[in-house]
Ligand binder design. Structure first.
Ligand code: NAD
Length: 331
């Protein structure tokens, strides 16, 4: 194994980890030096999908792996409530961390992670890949440049056949998932809106339906931001169709419409015009961005503060749905 390569280890070898594994394995300046999962079948599946070298060791205890392999970096793809301790232990072991979303499942844990990142001086990135999507990068650039004026209203919805597809699995067990669809795919939507707007939720009101499960399946949420922009978010975890995501951002001089990956822009008298590929910024890929962050080539595009903002909003929504009251978020 080359000493010049970034030595990456994996905690969690399930479905999502394998995409990360293939991307890391394809990078000339990185190598996978260890993998860990509590399931032998997951380890075997990862080995086959990623085409891992037979000599790469595998482990069932991630602390043993950290001690034995001493990786430079760790990628975490495990059930949500496990992220916190795995992040803390990996940072303490001197590793940079790319953790899958949501970073953690409570505000208290997010604050502890932020303190640990500061204490260790290591990088922590979150796997919110929309930060590297040309469509959402374009939206952020337009909003942040102010070229279409101030944002006054945002609507966003995401739907997924989640209630049925996750029945009986860890995602519907709060001890492992930390919450329902809002904390799972829904966390991508909250994150990207907060990133585009760079605004802080001031007041949050939410209603939820859990159906016969212990976690939120449907969420209807209304937000007032500190910029006075209003926002409606719908997370629909019970649909007969495929996963879809729409975002609309109304500004004083124009509107941006994200419709299933396509982007449209409308200004006074222009009608809805599709934003062409040529007009979009160059996107990226999160595993490459993580390696470039470690190499000091780029800034962190998704740091622990993004994880904190998402869980602050998620906790406020859960609290509002529970109490039936509007929650004032601490700014
Ligand atoms: N960014 C994205 O678009 C995206 C997409 C899918 C999943 N994810 C995230 O990836 C993570 C994993 O999701 P998934 O779909 O791969 O789930 P999965 O069930 O396929 O894989 C999770 C794996 O973690 C393993 N595991 C459980 N406890 C462990 C422990 N203590 N130590 C080591 N391994 C352990 C399980 O055995 C399993 O193999 C979640 O955080 C999820 O939200 C992100």
């Amino acid at each position: 194994m080359s000493e010049n390569k970034i030595r990456v280890a994996f905690i969690g070898c399930g479905g999502n980890a394998r995409g990360h594994g293939r991307r890391i394995a394809a990078q000339p300046d990185a190598e996978i030096v260890g993998i860990c999962d509590v399931s032998e079948a997951a380890i075997q599946g990862f080995r086959e999908t990623v085409d891992l070298e037979a000599r790469t060791p595998d482990f069932t205890d991630y602390n043993e792996m950290l001690a034995a392999v001493k990786p430079d970096a760790v990628e975490i793809s495990t059930p949500h409530t496990l992220h916190f301790q795995q992040i803390m232990d990996s940072l303490d072991a001197g590793c940079h961390v790319l953790t899958e979303k949501p970073m953690v499942c409570t505000v208290e844990h997010a604050q502890k992670v932020i303190a640990k990142v500061k204490e260790t001086g290591k990088h922590l990135m979150i796997g919110y890949q929309r930060h590297f999507s040309p469509t959402y990068m374009y939206c952020r650039n337009v909003v942040q440049s102010g070229e279409l004026g101030k944002v006054h209203f945002v609507t966003a919805h995401q739907c997924q056949n989640w209630y049925r597809s996750q029945k009986g699995k860890w995602r519907q067990n709060p001890a492992l998932s930390g919450g329902g669809q809002l904390n799972d795919s829904g966390s991508h939507l909250l994150d990207i809106l907060l990133w585009i707007l760079e605004a802080r939720p001031k007041e949050v009101f939410a209603m939820m339906d859990y159906f016969d499960t212990q976690v939120d399946i449907l969420t209807a949420m209304t937000i007032k931001f500190d910029t006075d922009a209003l926002c409606n978010i719908s997370v629909v975890g019970h649909t007969a169709g495929s996963m879809r995501e729409d975002v609309t951002i109304w500004m004083e001089k124009g509107t941006l419409f994200v419709r299933d990956g396509k982007l449209y822009r409308e200004e006074q008298g222009t009608g809805m015009m599709e934003v062409t590929e040529k007009q979009l910024p160059k996107g990226g890929e999160k595993d490459r961005a993580f390696l470039d962050l470690i190499l000091g080539k780029v800034e962190n595009a998704v740091d622990a503060s993004n994880g904190l903002r998402v869980i602050q909003l998620t906790e406020a929504a859960w609290q509002s749905a529970k109490t039936g009251k509007t929650v004032e978020v601490e700014l």
